[in-house]
Design a protein around this ligand. Structure first.
Ligand code: LLP
Length: 431
């Protein structure tokens, strides 16, 4: 099976995190997001242990909550000792209201508004990750007004191509995020930040992309960042105390995808950082990373009920389900691959179908050309695997569809972490 938490029982029925998927669908209805909390914790521990072994106490993994943000996930992150990367007031509020410690919240974003800045300063979050010079000026004014000394990391664009799809490629020199090292722009940015009296520059941040598989991407990033750190040290006497290398490790959506051995990658990366830092004559900074997808993706599964099966003889076969692009827009946006499985026994002949949603546009595709039982029919259940990252968080109410609930599976138990949106919820904001 694609991930270790997917199995079939002795009757061939699909199980996720050791629990029968059909029974869960009967109890909670479909479409249904399932989240394996034990797997999330396992992934958190994998990062924590790898960081501990590779960097000692001098490092912290942050969870990039854009991958999936709701209170129960934030509680897990607090319990597992990770920090949290946020990108909006909504994500900060979610974390704080789940009891997540403010000092371990890092606030990202290239378009922070005055309200965002005011809110985050007054919430006393640990760090702003400042994207640009305008933000620096606004933050200086707001922090001064609130009498706060605000710690920041400065977002730098190292000029790296991580070889991933364009929408998530953020390392190249001309992207909209951060300030490039190139053209002296990075140096000017740091100089400006150092001149601000209530801003304390703890270090630098970079993030080059998501779904990164290439072995050397983080190493190349380190090379660029360390040489910039050296330049800052030599020209401004600035010591980079913290270096945040962003998120981005890819995950398996298909059986044919590569597996990344994250602990091994982190160990190799740590050695590389140590070597480069010592060659540069600098002292080892506190290391941060911001994994999102690789913490929650394989903890997710979405369960749908088949509404219609269409055989357009000689043309195409469709399986139409009770969800679609509103709960998972990733194929529509990125042609993202997914593995779909029938919930009941897989034996018998198969046919190729486009697995499509119920929204009123022909682009509403979850996955083209999937093999499903030839006799699949209305009422059957289909599971889509590896939906834990960027599905719930990117879901919409398009066509006024209510978002599915998120049901957490933990230690053989299950409970609702986010309830299903009702018709009243859909009109709750209408006047
Ligand atoms: N840090 C920063 C600054 C980021 O922008 C991101 C992702 C992460 C960390 C986490 O990256 P991860 O470990 O999850 O790859 N909606 C797209 C993904 C967008 C990623 C945006 N930034 C998708 O569904 O594939």
């Amino acid at each position: 099976m694609l991930t270790g938490n997917i199995q079939r029982d002795e009757f061939g029925e699909l199980c996720f995190a050791g629990q029968n998927v059909r029974s869960l669908a009967e109890e909670y209805g479909t479409p249904l997001y399932l989240m394996d909390a034990d797997r999330i914790r396992f992934n958190c521990r994998l990062y924590r242990k790898a960081f501990q072994e590779s960097f000692g106490e001098n490092a912290l993994p942050l969870y990039a909550s854009k991958a999936a943000s709701f209170r129960q996930i934030c509680r897990i992150m607090a319990e597992e000792g990770l920090g949290i990367d946020t990108v909006s007031r909504g994500e900060i509020y979610t974390a704080l209201s789940a009891g997540f410690p403010a000092e371990k919240i890092y606030f990202h974003g290239d378009g922070k508004t005055d309200e965002d800045i005011r809110y985050a300063v007054s919430a006393r979050i640990g760090f702003f990750i400042v994207d640009n010079e305008t933000e620096l000026e606004c933050l200086q004014a707001e922090a001064a007004a609130q009498g706060v000394r605000q710690k920041v990391l400065l977002r730098i664009t190292p000029g790296i191509d991580p070889h991933t799809y364009e929408a998530v490629n953020t390392g190249k020199v001309d992207v909209k995020f951060g300030v490039p090292i190139a053209e002296g722009l990075g140096l000017r940015f740091v100089k400006k930040a150092l001149a601000m009296d209530v801003i304390e520059v703890a270090g630098l941040h970079c993030h080059v992309g998501s779904m990164v598989f290439d072995e050397m991407v983080f190493e190349d990033t380190v090379d660029h960042m360390v040489s910039f750190m050296k330049e800052l040290h030599n020209t401004l006497g600035f010591v980079t105390q913290e270096l945040n290398l962003g998120g981005g490790y890819g995950v398996r959506y298909l059986e044919s995808d590569k597996t990344i051995d994250i602990p091994a990658r982190i160990k190799a990366l740590a050695e590389h950082i140590r070597q480069r830092i010592s060659e540069a004559g600098l002292s080892m900074p506190y290391i941060l990373m911001e994994p999102g997808r690789s913490i929650v993706a394989d903890a997710g599964m979405t369960v749908y009920t088949v509404s219609t099966v269409k055989h357009l003889t000689g043309l195409k076969n469709y399986v139409i389900i009770d969800g679609g692009m509103a709960d998972n827009p990733r194929y529509c946006l990125y042609q993202a691959p997914y593995t779909a499985l029938p919930v009941s026994c897989e034996e018998g002949s198969k046919e190729v179908f486009d697995l499509v949603g119920r929204c009123c546009e022909s682009g509403d595709i979850i996955q083209p050309e999937v093999k499903l039982p030839a006799n699949i029919k209305r009422g059957d259940l289909v599971a889509v695997c590896t939906t834990g990252a960027y599905n719930y968080s990117m879901a919409s109410n398009y066509n006024r569809l209510g978002r599915p609930p998120v049901v957490m599976l933990q230690g053989g138990e299950h409970f609702v972490a986010v309830r299903r949106e009702t018709l009243e919820d859909l009109c709750a904001l209408d006047v």
